[in-house]
Design a protein around this ligand. Structure first.
Ligand SMILES: [Zn+2]
Length: 298
């Protein structure tokens, strides 16, 4: 775990438990040391992950801890149970989704659990936003990465924690184009906020530059803003783009918009082949999906 102090009163705890040989996936827990409260944004993989955080916070034992969950994904709330008798805030959809899927994802991803986990959903929810006025901290609904995604803004030191809404180099899309339009609105709202540092749920501490890169990408999706330039943006950028096109095709196919679904799967095959972005097995798999859809159409 790496500890980085940010701004006047922020601390980022960065964990590498989810990184693999092929992919780095550092995960951040963001903490604001307020006047009377300590805000902990996301709690990662369990009480085991929270040991170092609690140790760091020992010297502030006169302050009350407040937890904030940015969204319902398992890698952001498993450590909630390390804080009994604590106010845990989230958007109401986050609580609903954790109640719905928490146990199931604990079973699916149990090899990642750190310490004994009791799924602990947030016990205080908001609908649009909440302001801790004395502490100059706002939490607000910011749908994008997921429908329930929320953010935390430290107005005192101008640091914005965005959960998984901003990613390096570009975001993973998990919705259809309606969801993408909502995602763009959220990032445009971020852009209007006066912040100096942006803390993503995963990846290095960033600023408006990364936000703009994410926003430009989403605004043009499913098209690319510029012709492919592997040297400039690197393969991972385009890997994620192909992944996003596949997700879009899958969503469209669910809605029986078969022709468009085929169109985007075909783009995956074409771009994948032309720029050697995916291997033969993956191409075969995508082609199989196109065949399945054609069958469903006939
Ligand atoms: Zn995540």
């Amino acid at each position: 775990m790496k500890i980085t102090e940010v701004g006047k009163r922020g601390v980022v705890f960065t964990f590498d438990d989810l990184s693999t040989e092929d992919m780095e996936a550092p995960t951040n827990v963001f903490v604001i040391i307020g006047e009377k409260h300590i805000f902990i944004c996301d709690t990662f993989l369990g009480p085991g992950s929270m040991v170092g955080v609690k140790e760091y916070l020992k010297e502030y034992s006169d302050k009350t801890i407040i937890i904030f969950n940015s969204h319902y994904d398992w890698d952001h709330h498993w450590g909630n149970c390390a804080f009994p008798d604590t106010r845990i805030y989230s958007h109401h959809l986050t609580r609903d989704k954790i109640l719905e899927e928490g146990e199931k994802s604990l079973e699916t991803y149990k090899k990642f659990q750190r310490g004994e986990i009791t799924i602990t959903p947030p016990n205080t929810v908001f609908y649009n936003a909440m302001s801790f006025i004395d502490e100059k901290v706002d939490i607000f609904h910011s749908p994008g990465h997921t429908e329930d995604s929320s953010s935390c803004f430290d107005l005192e030191s101008n640091v914005l924690f965005v959960g998984d809404n901003v990613e390096d180099p570009i975001p993973y899309i998990r919705s259809d184009l309606e969801g993408v339009a909502e995602y763009v609105e959220t990032l445009e709202l971020y852009y209007m906020l006066e912040f100096d540092k942006l803390i993503p749920g995963h990846g290095p501490i960033a600023d408006k530059k990364l936000l703009k890169q994410n926003l430009d990408y989403l605004k043009h999706f499913p098209e690319l803003e510029k012709p492919i330039d592997l040297k400039k943006l690197g393969k991972p950028y385009y890997h994620i783009h192909l992944h996003n096109l596949s997700t879009l095709a899958e969503e469209l196919s669910k809605k029986e918009q078969y022709e468009d679904a085929i169109k985007y799967y075909q783009q995956v095959v074409e771009l994948g082949k032309k720029f050697e972005l995916i291997n033969a097995d993956s191409i075969k798999r995508v082609k199989g999906k196109i065949e399945e859809i054609k069958k469903a159409m006939s």
